[in-house]
Design a binder for this molecule. Structure first.
Ligand code: SF4
Ligand code: SF4
Ligand code: FES
Length: 321
């Protein structure tokens, strides 16, 4: 066997394949306007459409959940959850969110193999979730809950998080955002919102297999110690109760005496008290060393609403970014 290093001169420089935003995502949209038939109905879609756009334009025979699809801004499609599978005459079962809507395609949402794939994949997503909906602040406004109700899920075939694993502590350390990873379906929306839209580079997906989780690029353990600037964008795109704005984290909890989201799942990372104001301390120090110290800021208390806290930012200068 030769000990020579193989020639790699044919490979293009990595930078030629990379560009800002989601340029590393595969080209998954149509390049031209197209006419697609969905459950027997012809639908015209614009250039850049996916099969999911066509599916959402008609009254389909089966519901197609599409949990990891956000479809706005520079977010996705990433084809992570596979709850959007549909049958096509031309290509068999495909993920609708990331399949280009090219001219002449014929889609059946109720195709047996596609419906089975959606059901299995939704059950897989649910198996990573603790299903404590009654103590969740997103109860009644959660896309996963909506999908489970629409698909008439009664008992996910792979169980739920409670059956299999230990809980991760709730990260309640930030003054603005609560993270409950036990409700995270790893859809990646928040990561793209933080990195590709806000360009803050705070969040990442880390780990492998069942240990895969939302983490911080700075290796921080808590939100308070991360470089988060508390813009809240990740919260607005999260489809579940995994990322929730502080102040309304219990907004739709069904009140049971002595039973709350936090005390029902074990350990919680609380704020150390350092995190006052619109940015976490680490970010504030990195960006604005000349600004007042935490102690000098007339900061909101931990039980302030986040909007109060952001107002406080405006009053105390508001130009920290
Ligand atoms: S709130 Fe923090 S983690 Fe979320 S998008 Fe903004 S900077 Fe990123
Ligand atoms: S925290 Fe929310 S948005 Fe982020 S990956 Fe988990 S479920 Fe998706
Ligand atoms: S919505 Fe298509 S794979 Fe998740």
């Amino acid at each position: 066997m030769s000990s020579e290093t193989p020639q790699q001169t044919d490979a293009p420089p990595l930078t030629e394949q990379l560009a800002p935003g989601t340029a590393t995502d595969p080209p998954v949209r149509s390049t031209d306007a197209a006419t697609v038939t969905v459950d027997g109905t012809r639908v015209e879609v614009e250039a850049g459409a996916t099969l999911l756009d066509a599916v959402e334009a008609v009254d389909t025979e089966d519901d197609v959940p599409a949990l990891c699809s956000y479809g706005r801004q520079e977010i996705g499609p990433r084809s992570e959850c596979r709850t959007c599978m549909v049958g096509t005459d031309e290509h068999g079962v495909v993920p609708a969110c990331s399949f280009p809507a090219t001219d002449g395609l014929t889609v059946q949402t109720a195709a047996a193999d596609a419906a089975e794939a959606r059901d299995v994949n939704l059950d897989l997503v649910l198996s990573d979730h603790n299903l404590r909906c009654t103590t969740c602040g997103k109860n009644g406004r959660c896309e996963l809950q909506d999908a489970a109700i629409e698909q008439e899920v009664e008992e996910p075939r792979y169980g739920v998080l409670d059956d299999r694993d230990e809980y991760e502590p709730i990260d309640d350390s930030s003054s603005f955002i609560q993270i409950d990873r036990n409700k995270c379906i790893l859809c990646n929306r928040c990561v793209e919102a933080c990195n590709d839209v806000q360009v803050e580079g705070v969040l990442r997906i880390e780990g492998t297999g069942q240990d895969t989780r939302i983490g911080f690029q700075s290796d921080a353990e808590t939100m308070e110690d991360s470089t988060c600037v508390s813009c809240g964008h990740c919260v607005t795109v999260c489809p579940t109760g995994s990322l929730v704005e502080k102040g309304i984290e219990d907004a739709t909890t069904i009140p049971l005496p002595g039973f709350t989201q936090k005390n029902s799942v074990g350990k919680t990372y609380e704020s150390t008290g350092k995190s006052k104001g619109p940015m976490t301390p680490k970010k504030r120090t990195e960006r604005t060393p000349e600004k007042p110290t935490n102690e000098m800021i007339d900061a909101p208390t931990d039980d302030s609403t986040s909007s109060d806290a952001w107002d406080d930012d405006a009053q105390s200068g508001g130009d920290w970014l």
